[in-house]
Design a protein. Structure first.
Lengths: 313, 319
């Protein structure tokens, strides 16, 4: 299996992006307390070998798991600004700086394109270490541009959600990103291009109540928390303990909001399978379908420069 | 009348006025001049109070117990309104009301969150916090509007979507997301008015439209000042600061181009003169309906997506 080989050999890491899980030798599983070596963990796709707990990982790890080889990141030059001069206990610029210290991601979402089982695909993946994966203007803009890219290049879209919800420091602008991303997904829908929403732990708030729930196909990682109001808020509101397993992926699956729960070890295969089927009609009548919607903004070749020059083909 | 803390100076003047009017009703004494004088005084005081409201005071006004709600406006501005019920899947959520009616000669679909006017009704309507079936009923009515080419008008007035086991179980998140998706492509004009509180996903769940307006004393944001205080300040005591920080007033929203305009309220606020407010609102809606009817639907749909696509502030750095 090629991904396994790549992990083992430690190649293919985008130079600009940092791994979410640090290079400590021993890592304790949050699910069962079992301690694992980093090496073992990496080989097992950051899952506990004992209880199969899926650890939280970032965009780099997902890109490595899903893309066949080289991938290019996009729109990284869009950055957050402190429009409202927002200050609570800390100022927003301070929070942004702190986030940049914790991760090398340029925002809470990274958009990349590459091949997934040979199918050219756009994947947007969130970084929970960047202010809790919260949705601000940049996340909305990057998703919007990712959709434009999908329409222009006739590529399917996968969004990997991992978010605490809205970015309060952008107040109403943050709220409007729900409308923005959903409206753009409606456009993608009209263009007949597949969108798969891949929900991971945690997916909450305005992210759940917009693009995360809007996939042609909705999938999730086992055990992921998926909610609108988080468990703490619900518990405080109803003043009762929550039922066992409430708001887990398994719970949402049972209630009919997810198509599949997929183990990380099988997710590439499953996504490849789905995309091969959903993209088949698209490649058959490319021209006629492409005329339906005109893209507002197509990234220039310069913006699409590969992260890993030597890996690019 | 209920008086908020900062409205207290008016309470005294109003009770003086009431007394004078009682005297007039009782007998022969002519009080015309005195009454006129007092009325002038009240107007002056109102101007003084309402011209320098803090953001937090506006939040309080948006929740004024005597402020008119969706059904009041519907009854004032439409004829032959028929409220319609149920999402055809689960039930009828009374936190959102909707139906068909005529604004003069124009048939419309109107949908909005509805708070209650007494304890019992407030509970029945869950304080205007809608469950998934409320949002799904709203969408059902919008789809009907599309079929019959009726413009949709929504009135936003909610402290947020419902929070609880059932809201999560039936996924209020999916219901809101689906409304946003479908409203973006609904083939009929949509006008949105924030008439009270516009909080979070619960508000935007019926808030995506071709034109979005706010009444003067309303607010719109991603979170309420209280919740914002509790999360960011880790205490419930910073709601005033949170209200300022969130920049949530109609004026702020217009400045950010998140809304298209502000509907002025009568002197003293919508709660002081509900009838006057309804008249102003009706006039505003009629003008907007007329303007928007000149735009072809294909063009309107393109503009609608572009309108929201433009929202957001960021910088572009050199890579
Ligand atoms: Zn474990």
């Amino acid at each position: 299996m090629s991904w396994f080989k790549r992990f083992k050999e430690g190649i293919q890491t985008a130079t600009k992006l940092k791994r979410s899980i640090p290079d400590g030798i021993w890592i304790k599983c949050k699910g069962c307390g079992h301690t694992l070596t980093r090496k073992k963990l990496v080989a097992n796709l950051y899952k506990c070998s004992k209880c199969n707990y899926h650890m939280r990982i970032g965009p780099v790890e997902y890109f490595e798991i899903l893309f066949d080889g080289a991938y290019q990141t996009h729109f990284e030059n869009t950055r957050s600004v402190d429009m409202l001069k927002f200050k609570d206990l800390k100022s927003y610029p301070e929070r942004l700086e702190a986030a940049k210290g914790r991760t090398d991601s340029s925002e809470a979402i990274i958009v990349a394109s590459g091949k997934l089982n040979k199918i050219p695909t756009v994947i947007a993946a969130m970084d929970f270490n960047f202010i809790g994966g919260s949705m601000g203007s940049v996340m909305g803009e990057r998703i919007s541009r990712a959709i434009d890219l999908c329409v222009a290049e006739r590529m399917p879209l996968i969004i990997i959600s991992k978010s605490g919800g809205a970015r309060m420091m952008e107040a109403a602008f943050s709220l409007m990103q729900m409308a923005k991303t959903s409206a753009k997904l409606a456009m993608l829908h009209e263009a007949g291009i597949p969108y798969i929403s891949y929900m991971t732990d945690p997916t909450t708030g305005g992210v759940t109540a917009s693009f995360a729930m809007l996939g042609d196909i909705n999938i999730a990682e086992p055990g992921a928390l998926i909610a609108f109001a988080g468990p703490r808020v619900v518990k405080e509101t109803i003043k009762k303990d929550l039922p066992e397993g409430f708001q887990t992926a398994e719970f949402l699956y049972e209630k009919g909001f997810l198509d599949l729960i997929v183990d990380r070890a099988e997710v590439k295969e499953r996504l490849g399978q789905l995309l091969a089927i959903l993209c088949a009609p698209m490649s058959q009548n490319d021209k006629t379908a492409g005329a339906i919607i005109e893209s507002k903004e197509v990234p220039s070749p310069a913006e699409m420069a590969p992260v890993n020059q030597e890996e690019a083909t | 009348m209920v008086y908020l803390e900062f409205e207290k100076p008016l309470e005294k003047l109003h009770s003086q006025l009431d007394k004078l009017q009682e005297i007039v009703e009782d007998g022969e004494i002519d009080m015309t001049d005195k009454i006129k004088e007092l009325e002038q005084k009240i107007k002056k005081k109102q101007k003084e109070i309402y011209s320098k409201l803090t953001d937090w005071q506006r939040v309080q006004l948006s929740r004024h117990p005597e402020r008119p709600y969706t059904l009041y406006y519907i009854n004032q501005i439409t004829k032959n309104f028929v409220e319609l019920h149920g999402d055809r899947c689960f039930g009828d959520d009374e936190a959102i009301v909707g139906g068909v009616g005529m604004i003069d000669n124009q048939p419309v679909v109107i949908i909005g969150q509805q708070k209650g006017i007494n304890t019992k009704e407030r509970q029945r309507r869950n304080f205007g916090m809608a469950n998934p079936e409320g949002y799904r009923k709203a969408l059902r009515l919008m789809k009907m509007a599309e079929k019959f080419k009726l413009p949709v008008i929504t009135f936003v007035d909610t402290p947020g979507a419902a929070c609880g086991l059932e809201a999560e179980e039936r996924s209020v998140a999916q219901a809101i997301a689906n409304n946003l998706f479908e409203m973006a492509r609904l083939r009929t004009p949509i006008l949105v008015y924030v008439i009270g509180e516009g909080a979070s996903g619960g508000a935007i769940g019926i808030g995506l439209g071709d034109r979005v307006f706010m009444l003067e004393n309303t607010w719109y944001s991603v979170i309420s000042p209280e919740s914002c205080s509790s999360i960011l300040w880790r205490s419930w005591d910073y709601k005033q600061q949170a209200a300022e920080a969130l920049k949530l007033t109609a004026k702020d929203m217009l400045g950010f181009k998140i809304i298209d305009g502000i509907v002025q309220e009568p002197l003293g606020g919508a709660h002081y003169n509900p009838e006057g407010m309804a008249k102003l609102l009706k006039k505003h809606i009629k003008k907007q309906l007329k303007d928007i009817s000149t735009i072809a639907i294909e063009e309107l749909l393109v503009q609608r997506v572009e309108k929201f696509d433009k929202m957001g502030e960021f910088e572009t750095v050199e890579s």
